[in-house]
Design a protein around this ligand. Sequence first.
Ligand code: NDP
Length: 302
Amino acid sequence: MDTPLTETFRTTAFLGLGAMGMPMAAHLAAHSRESGGQTLVWNRTPGRAQEHAAQHGSVAATLEQAAVADLIVSCLPTSAEVDEVLAAAYPNLKSGSVWVDCTSGHPDAAPRQRDLLASAGVRFLDAPVSGGTVAAKAGTLTVMVGGPADVLEAVHPQLAFAGKVVRVGDTGAGFAVKAVNNALLAVNLWAAGEGLAILGLRGVELGAALEVINASSGRSNTTENLIPQRVLTREFPATFGLGLLAKDAGIALDMAEQARGSAPVIAQVTGLYRAASRVVGAQEDHTAALKLIEQMNGVVLK
Ligand code: NDP
């Protein structure tokens, strides 16, 4: 039988203060203050936690201190880092608590993490997020959750960074939906980049082309927002790493292969983003993948 959940979530801990974690944890800290609790923050590089505490009224903590929270939220690059942090936190975890992993993780990791946590009396939800750093700052992230409905019901009011929360299935389903969502982003972005490169080669003015596409059937978030704001401006602000998008497309491809499915477009796009990560740089913004298309075509998308 599952350990009964703690009745209040007075202490929340946030693990991983990266581009997403910093603003997400700020919302948790504000929510905790309003409800008389506290938010502990832990980061591998401790300076980020101290910065967060100074700016947002959270409490910088060691992993041992954070591990005893009633609710633990993690947001790390991949499930591999979550495994590492979970193993280090394990001896101090408190029975009756809940661990919500907002990493864009791998569906294979989720049941393993759930079972390890269950052995310490801790319940687990995979709960990756979408909306980027803009929605993280605004507290309007879309959260896709895998795991038991009663656990989600208990923690839902604590997810102060969320605009929309949807339970998409059992453990691992959140990670699966996130990977497919981001594979679609990767496909859209790459296809739009190729299309604009073709137009650029013909000498068409790309701003005018986008104006038409965005009033036509070829439009997408990439043509409406990402390309005009990040590519044509040549700014490529690094808010979501190219390496992370390649990882997400790779997870979608893993799922297709495990199910003996056929997803040749996602397979090809995964290879292209892996190449772009190597050639352009994994730490660059994901939109900088289009620099590889520029090199392939000898054009600049501006
Ligand atoms: P960042 O690269 O900005 O931050 C990564 C965080 O993980 C940092 O806090 C870093 O700590 C920590 N970290 C890295 N390696 C380790 C490790 N071995 N042990 C402990 N901590 C570690 O990533 P994001 O915030 O952009 O992304 C986090 C997750 O959210 C990813 O899964 C990503 O795919 C997903 N995501 C990102 C979005 C975005 O727009 N950025 C949007 C939606 C989802 P340190 O400071 O010490 O380096």
